[in-house]
Design a protein around this ligand. Structure first.
Ligand code: F3S
Length: 391
């Protein structure tokens, strides 16, 4: 792999062993993939910081870098951890608090921004063709497909190394020639409320990069679609006709057309009539942006308390703890469990419910696999109606 003089110096340890180690990780991964060079990035986003996911080996990895005296070389944000930063959740356990706080402390002292969210683009919006090194599959696909930026799906250690050095390997979705749609998915009357289930269908059925035709331009629903497809199918880019910035992708002339209608996706959503026993509604995977939070707040503010046996969990970025202080207090009085800087997938639940009903295909996908919980994917307004009753 070609390295600049500066990169050679870093690798030779002229700036200390920790920077050398970080660059070595990137060079080794890039080299194994066949990358010819490294490129500078402007924003790294580090996933895999939850102690319940990475355990002691991950904690030690982060601690070692911190002890190596390194600092972030580019703007670097971090994903949710395993504890509610408000410290008041009755659904998400506050264990292992000490270990998570230790991880947070190392990351913040290395100069990473204490964002604790999977929607880093609310802090810094990527621009077209900008090179990034992001972990967190839902953010990666959003950056590529909506902003037209360029990032691969990085693992946590690699994104951390990129944040420390400011480089990533030139490969995959950084190259225009790999951003080619090879399948056309034509939607037949699928309303945005069903985009979570549609994302699961795409992840399960389409291996190539698709372009979606007839999409309704509702960004909150598209966010759910992309997150679900990234979770169930490993997609890093889905071209959105009339939305993905032009010239950030191409479409193969021989792309096959596949028509999808509502009945195709129903097996991926389940039915609200199935739910029984203890039920948790979950909204906020990926974390809610201001528009979504206000929509949720407006749906709940005219209703009374939650019905018996029903709970509602809402996860939001850390930055909103202050911005929406009054709204959060109001929701908590209504019995809503608002958590900050975490989510139920990267944390431990105090009690396992019989069902989780969510508008997020990604949450349903992981809650079933990681926590063994039955899930139903449904539109937000239906979930609120079920949990609270009619207005
Ligand atoms: Fe975010 Fe947790 Fe979902 S990190 S994308 S809310 S799984």
């Amino acid at each position: 792999m070609y390295l600049t003089r500066e990169q050679e110096k870093i690798l030779a340890g002229e700036y200390g062993w920790a920077y050398a180690k970080a660059l070595e990780i990137i060079v080794k991964v890039g080299g194994a993939l066949g990358a010819e060079k490294l490129i500078p990035i402007t924003h790294a986003h580090v996933s895999g910081i939850s102690y319940t996911n990475i355990g002691d080996p991950g904690l030690e990895f982060i601690r070692d870098f911190y002890k190596g005296g390194v600092k972030a070389n580019v703007y670097t944000t971090i994903n949710p951890g395993c504890i509610d930063l408000l410290g008041s959740s009755r659904i998400i356990s506050d264990e292992p608090r000490d270990k998570q706080l230790e991880i947070n402390q190392y990351l913040e002292r290395m100069g990473f921004k204490p964002t604790y969210t999977c929607i880093p683009y609310i802090h810094r919006r990527p621009v077209v063709d900008e090179h990034l090194a992001w972990g967190e599959s839902s953010a990666v696909i959003f950056a590529n497909s909506v902003f037209g930026a360029r990032t691969n799906r990085e693992g946590g250690p690699l994104a951390l190394a990129a944040g420390l050095t400011g480089y990533t390997y030139y490969y995959g979705l950084h190259l225009l020639e790999n951003r080619v749609a090879e399948v056309k998915i034509v939607l037949e009357d699928i309303e945005p409320d069903y985009y979570g289930g549609l994302g699961l269908w795409i992840g399960d059925n389409i291996r190539e990069t698709p372009i979606i035709m007839n999409l309704k331009p509702s960004i909150p629903h598209i966010k759910l679609l992309l997150a679900a497809a990234a979770a169930s199918g490993g997609h890093g880019l889905i071209v959105l006709n009339n939305l993905t910035p032009p010239k950030t992708y191409s479409v193969d002339d021989s792309a096959e057309k596949i028509h999808v209608d509502k009945k195709d996706i129903m097996e991926y959503t389940g039915s609200l009539s199935d739910i029984q026993g203890e039920v948790i509604g979950y909204i906020g995977c990926p974390h809610l942006d201001p528009f979504e939070f206000e929509e949720l707040f407006n749906l709940i503010k005219t209703r009374e308390k939650l019905k018996k046996d029903y709970k509602l969990l809402v996860s939001i970025p850390r930055i909103y703890a202050d911005l929406y202080r009054d709204e959060i207090l109001f929701l908590k009085k209504r019995g809503v469990d608002v958590v900050v800087g975490t989510c139920p997938i990267v944390s431990i639940l105090r009690d396992k419910p019989d069902y989780i009903v969510t508008n997020s295909g990604k949450a349903a996908f992981y809650l079933k696999r990681l926590h063994g919980i039955d899930t139903v994917v449904a539109p937000l307004s239906n979930i609120i109606e079920i949990l609270f009753g009619d207005q």
